[in-house]
Design a protein around this ligand. Structure first.
Ligand code: ZN
Length: 510
């Protein structure tokens, strides 16, 4: 079929083809959501085949020769000032090309091997973690590291091979930039953790570890998520063992959580967190639906949205000044006689711990930086997989002052490496940094923001995020989006200052 000569026609055909690719991915997403929420266990094998079929179909559509031809023709046209594409259309071509190029650069044989190895590795990892047996996982991880290096070579990179892996999750950010951000962040966080450790007994989280009936946790979580602005007409909340958020369209965004009867934090802050991810997806311009621009722009920006609602709003004093009476109303027994101050201290207790997903705001980034440093060393070959447990434990000792008693509580705790997700971890810390940069920009635009949060009015905050972040979907590159929204580039300083000021006050540090 000859190519249309008109750019608008080229684009129209490209969009039609990519809409099918988006549909297939979202249907696969629905299967995944079901798998993690309601699917009977016995369906695992059948579901695996169904998902694999949809993945293969989606891959075929994305890498179709015609898509390559259309992109090439639009490429030629783009250089022409009379290309006639508006900025959103140009972004669509750019993002489509990135997905297409990434997909065609990986040979089919590699993709198949990667899928097989990671599927097996995850099963082996589950057992290894249960048995505290790193040795049984070691050969699988060695294979994954070697495949990840190969993947980086296929994708291409000019600096560190890790750049190519990072780019899959955080387009446009390099290993060198992460190192530069993490250097001062690590040193100052370690120093802050030391100062807090000297006053360890000042705060206690005992009150959030009492008996909190799950149904009431859910009720409170739903009320707050609605108040924040999560739209239950276009979204759902369900239970999952490993909580996540997933968008099937801007009109259908699913979030999940898990309830722990003896610990209020998991579900309450978990729902705030996932609602933040969900509101991002719900706020994307529906005009971008069924294009490669639908969906959050990067994992770091996504995590900034969840952490902003979880921590900057949800763990702040103004928020609880408004919300605490309702919490006490629902949980009159466990919270009998507990003052707002004591509750605020309980949800902000800092304690170096072994498990990343349970970490507090101060120590969380240290867990991430440890993983980043180890991943780099694994990828550049300076650390052998066999030496990973020892290297892991040494870093926990150095940065957090604690030593894992075994590998289950150490280097076997996260699913990421067994799933082949190398280059993913840094985005969690980037999300924390970006959350403070965005929150400060929103506060500069709305000086009454904290008073509004105190009265349970989140309209201006959500409105600011909607217009500066959400609605753009993936139109702007992550770094450009941040620059447009805040006037600054990615910077660790605001986050360090935020932590220092908040926790100095809480712990009475000079
Ligand atoms: Zn998240």
């Amino acid at each position: 079929m000859p190519l249309p000569s008109d750019n608008k026609e080229l684009l129209r055909e490209l969009k039609e083809r990519l809409a099918i690719w988006v549909d297939l991915n979202q249907v696969r997403g629905l299967l995944e959501w079901d798998q993690q929420t309601y699917m009977p266990l016995g369906a695992a094998a059948a579901r695996g085949q169904q998902s694999a079929t949809l993945s293969a179909l989606a891959h075929e559509h994305l890498t179709h020769e015609r898509v390559g031809e259309l992109l090439a023709a639009l490429d030629d046209a783009e250089a022409d000032s009379a290309a006639g594409l508006d900025p959103v259309e140009q972004a669509l071509v750019r993002v489509a090309r990135r997905h297409h190029d990434q997909a065609v650069k990986l040979p089919e044989s590699f993709v198949r091997e990667w899928a097989t190895v990671t599927a097996e590795a995850q099963q082996v990892w589950v057992q290894a973690r249960e048995d505290d047996d790193f040795a049984s996982f070691q050969p699988k991880l060695e294979k994954i590291v070697s495949l990840a290096r190969q993947q980086a070579d296929y994708l291409g990179h000019s600096g560190h091979p890790y750049d190519a892996l990072l780019d899959l999750y955080e387009p446009g950010t390099t290993t060198a930039e992460i190192r530069e951000l993490f250097g001062p962040l690590r040193d100052e966080t370690v120093a802050l953790v030391d100062r807090i450790a000297a006053k360890q007994d000042k705060l206690s989280d005992e009150v959030v570890r009492r008996d909190y009936p799950e149904l009431l946790q859910e009720q409170f979580g739903r009320e707050v998520a609605s108040q924040f602005g999560f739209d239950f007409q276009r979204g759902r909340l369900d239970q999952a063992v490993h909580p996540f958020a997933i968008s099937l369209d801007t009109s259908d965004v699913r979030i999940t959580t898990r309830y722990q009867r003896n610990h209020l934090n998991a579900a309450v802050f978990g729902i705030f967190h996932e609602a933040g991810h969900g509101m991002y997806e719900q706020g994307i311009d529906p005009q971008l639906d069924r294009t490669p621009l639908s969906g959050g722009v990067s994992l770091g920006v996504h995590e900034s949205q969840s952490r902003l609602w979880e921590n900057l709003v949800g763990r702040s004093r103004p928020f609880w000044q408004g919300a605490y009476p309702r919490l006490v109303e629902l949980f009159s027994e466990p919270l009998a006689g507990v003052t707002l101050d004591r509750f605020y201290e309980a949800i902000n207790t800092v304690e170096p711990s072994l498990i990343r997903v349970e970490a507090d705001e101060v120590t969380y980034n240290l867990h991430i930086m440890i993983r980043f440093e180890l991943e780099l060393a694994l990828i550049d070959g300076s650390l052998a997989v066999a030496d990973l447990p020892a290297a892991w434990n040494e870093k926990y000792r150095d940065y957090l002052g604690i030593t894992p008693p075994n590998d289950t509580l150490g280097c076997l705790q996260d699913v990421h490496w067994s799933a082949g997700l190398i280059g993913y971890f840094p985005t969690y810390a980037l999300g924390n940094l970006i959350s403070v940069q965005l929150f400060e920009a929103a506060r500069a635009a709305h000086p009454q923001l904290e008073d509004q949060i105190r009265t349970g009015d989140f309209t201006d905050l959500l409105g600011w995020l909607r217009s500066n972040v959400h609605r753009h979907g993936s139109v702007h590159e992550p770094n450009d989006l941040l620059q447009l929204a805040t006037g600054s580039k990615l910077d660790a300083r605001p986050y360090i200052d935020y932590l220092t000021s908040k926790f100095s006050a809480l712990y009475g540090l000079e």
